[in-house]
Ligand binder design. Sequence first.
Ligand code: IFM
Length: 475
Amino acid sequence: MSKLPTDFFFGAAMSGPQTEGAWRRFGKVDNLWDTWSNERIEDFHNRVGSYAGNDFTDRHNEDFAILRDLGLTSWRTSIQWSRLMDADGRVNPEGAAYYHELFADAKKAGLETFVCLYHFDMPTYLFRRGGWDSREVVEAYGNYARAALEEFGGEIKYWFTFNEPVVEPQNRYTFGAWYPFHHDFAEARRVQYGISLAHCLGVAAFRDLQAAGTVRPDAKIGLINCFTPPYTRENPSEADLEAVRMTDGIDNRWWLDLVTKGTLPQDVMATLAERGVDVPVRPGDEQILAQGRVDWLGFNYYHPARVQAPSSDTDEYGNPVFASEYVWPDAVMNESRGWEIYPKGIYDFAMTMKRDYPDLEWYVSENGIGIEGEDSSKDASGAIQDDYRIDFVGQHLQWIAKAIEDGAKCRGYHYWAVIDNWSWNNAFKNRYGFVEVNLSDNYSRHLKKSASWLREVATTHEIAPHSEGFVSESA
Ligand code: IFM
């Protein structure tokens, strides 16, 4: 039986754009998810666009009661930039009132609220001015972060500037998977650099406002990323190790260096420059980057990165390639999502943090398993029998417990997503929840089998082994 510390917190991770819905209520302007839904609804699973979320706006008190009933004491959401600010960069009073009420209701329910300021939800009018590739937009983010901290800094203790800043460069600008569907590695790095500067402006606003007494004195600021512990094949060549260096450098070390040292990894910048990828550094940026140091970090963990030497130097679009995927023969896959399930990766990342960034506290800000077609595993009472979720979470928590025993500074765990929610263009295809959302019955909520297991773990902090290993065929 593994045991987690008593002061280790358990909670729920979610985001504004994936839950709130109410896309044109409370003065919200469109973000890129709304624009994409309006322009090409056929790209979304079952044509379910960004409009309704999981009906959280109208059901949030019911959801808070469910989280408390499951033994959870904290939750993370994000403020939607497109709801809090109007298109002139001023606070939208209706949006501000919306979030004041939400945070007050969470507090009444006994939940500590963690707030992230950006979760892939670029307002469309700012995208049209150049998005993260534009300094004007980077500065607009600084203005927005300052306004949000002024508005809610007395209420909220845990702040984060960004969620998963690697994802927009990848999905929007490299893989062409998300609006605006580009395949441009250099543009992706410019966007990554713009996000990095914006993060620093957010931290700088936080520090100013905390010094001025607007942000509460016990508040902390951090960054959340989906770090991917990197692996390559056995007996690697130098070229395989080089592939690991650059993958780890762009996806992990870039952010870890920024938030601990206030710099970007020089080896990565040098290799990018050698391959003709220009990051638009301006005089004065060094001082901005130096402000990026945070108080703690969020680690979203879903899967590792397995890479090897690239099979060619450039791809079909002429982009430089630094690594090819390595298919590990022993990999267990979540076929619904195409992601490898590797619970030990969480421990390996924890040990890397202990070795390379020993002073930084962190928590697991997301971890979860999304499964397609869960309806088929309902029992006679209609409850989804999701033993695979118990296996998945149990094994990850066991590795976290071991990491803490071995000196990791991991302070808590938020599951993604305790209540099924809208997952971007996958919409409701893959279900993550301990709680089902029934779309055929007006978004009604129903506990799955795993919910009682979660309640037991969250209240006792003890994790009993559920099975001998991850049962891959359940997924
Ligand atoms: O839904 C996403 C979330 O927005 C960010 N982390 C991964 C989740 C599951 O795909």
